[in-house]
Design a protein around this ligand. Structure first.
Ligand SMILES: Nc1ncnc2c1ncn2[C@@H]1O[C@H](COP(=O)(O)OP(=O)(O)O)[C@@H](O)[C@H]1O
Ligand SMILES: [Mg+2]
Length: 420
């Protein structure tokens, strides 16, 4: 797991619940560097379930598991799907002192997310079903069969947002080629949109593992699977790779056991140690005096809340109120009410910005975006847009009346329940 030759961080490729991914130019070519970071919502969930933020940020064994899982799955996925799906190979992992978090370097994939179903993308309407039915659903089945239970979360079981974990690498041939780029979860696998998946899969598995699943692998089942399919696997990936896979599985088991068996209190102590908030000696001492550790934690949280609520929040609010350009605001509001041209302009700009956003995200190809821009300019749409502008304009007042004025009249007793 040696770090790659140092390189320059060039461009942010994307960010999700678990990490920020940068495109880095190294001597051996372009790589995608994922640096794990504590997203606020994910943080709260992690603290609740595990007592510390996302383990990939701070836990050496967790990041090692991420590395070996990608290695193992790279081979298994080839066995299952041939050239139709690949996994971005893990190149190295390293502690990033600047971000105070672990990072994982993977291959960079030149591709795009699949087109969502929308009226413009008729020609590309096959992409989504090709990914969901052709790849994600069968992948979930294979993962469960091989004991890679926790991985189905990233493969999209009950979670449509996992579509973003796959890129379409080539759409030139008849057969689309997909790449699974994200195998590391941001939150434990307990929040699927599909409630049936929660009750039929995630909750029973939580009981099996006796903890909220977070990329968990049933190593015993995985080993059995690899032995059962030895002949087919050797025929597919060769006997040398097969031996390598066995080695990776052993290392995954070792690191996962170490990571998952850590006491709750030690997780939060180790996190603070990694952040530099305490030193080794303090970490050892608090590990033996966990009540004092929790007291310290609660005191810190209490101080933070007081600081945020009583000092920072009022300062920010006052700052915001003072800095509102009132004259400009009322002038624009006046123009919005009186001038039809101004209203059309606002709405046109808004729609144009949205078209650009979709174009940048490659959900619209250039021709589709151009045709939308043209119809935006056309006379007919302006009439509609004006009405839409007025609709937007009065919406604010209607909502104020609905949610503030009417309830207020009711509370001071000027209207009764019937009128309310
Ligand atoms: N190997 C890669 N090659 C190209 N783009 C990538 C790669 N890995 C991630 N990305 C981009 O970064 C985004 C976020 O990465 P992801 O690993 O899904 O983060 P998270 O785990 O926080 O959801 C992806 O949606 C994708 O656009
Ligand atoms: Mg993701």
């Amino acid at each position: 797991m040696a770090a790659l030759q140092e390189s320059s961080v060039a461009k942010l490729l994307g960010a999700g619940r678990s990490g920020k991914v940068f495109l880095v130019e190294s001597q051996s070519g372009a790589i995608a560097r994922k640096i794990f970071y504590p997203d606020t919502i994910a943080n709260i969930i992690h603290y609740f379930f595990f007592g510390s933020p996302n383990p990939y940020i701070w836990n050496k064994d967790a990041i090692a598991c991420a590395f070996y899982r990608r290695k193992i799955l790279g081979e298994l996925v080839q066995f299952w799907f041939g050239d139709r799906l690949t996994v971005t190979d893990a190149l190295s992992t390293k502690w990033n002192q600047e971000f105070k978090a672990y990072q994982i370097d993977t291959e960079f994939i030149k591709g795009r997310h699949v087109s969502l179903l929308q009226p413009c993308s008729r020609e590309r309407a096959i992409e989504l079903p090709a990914l969901v039915r052709g790849i994600m659903l069968p992948l979930q089945k294979k993962l469960i069969e091989a004991g890679l239970d926790g991985l189905v979360w990233q493969a999209g079981k009950g979670t449509p947002t996992a579509l973003n974990n796959f890129l379409l690498a080539s759409d030139t041939s008849n057969q689309p080629v997909f790449v699974w780029i994200d195998l590391e979860s941001g939150v434990p696998a307990l929040f699927p949109i599909n409630i049936i998946a929660l009750f039929s899969f995630y909750l029973p598995k939580t009981l099996k593992y006796k903890r909220a699943m977070f990329d968990d692998v049933d190593n015993y089942k995985l080993k059995r699977y690899i032995h059962n399919y030895q002949v087919e696997l050797v025929a597919n990936i060769g006997s040398q790779k097969y031996q390598e896979v066995l080695g990776w599985v052993d290392r995954l088991e070792y690191h996962q056991d170490k990571w998952k068996s850590m006491r709750r209190v030690d997780r939060s102590i180790q996190y603070q140690l990694k952040k530099g908030a305490i030193d080794e000696q303090q970490a050892r001492w608090y590990s033996e005096h966990f009540l004092l550790w929790y007291t310290r934690g609660f005191w810190n949280i209490f101080q933070k809340i007081i600081n945020q609520l009583l000092i920072q929040l009022p300062i920010t609010l006052v700052h915001k109120i003072i800095n509102i350009p009132y004259l400009q605001f009322f002038y624009n509001l006046w123009r919005f009410i009186l001038s039809q041209r101004y209203r059309i302009n606002i709405v046109r700009n808004y729609v144009a910005r949205r078209i650009e956003r979709w174009q940048n995200r490659k959900h619209l190809i250039n021709e589709e975006a151009d045709s939308l821009f043209q119809s935006l300019e056309r006379e007919k749409s302006s009439e509609y847009l004006t009405d839409f502008g007025v609709h937007l304009g009065i919406k604010l007042f209607v909502k104020i009346i609905e949610y503030v004025l009417v309830p207020l009249l009711y509370f001071v007793g000027l209207i009764n329940e019937l009128v309310l």
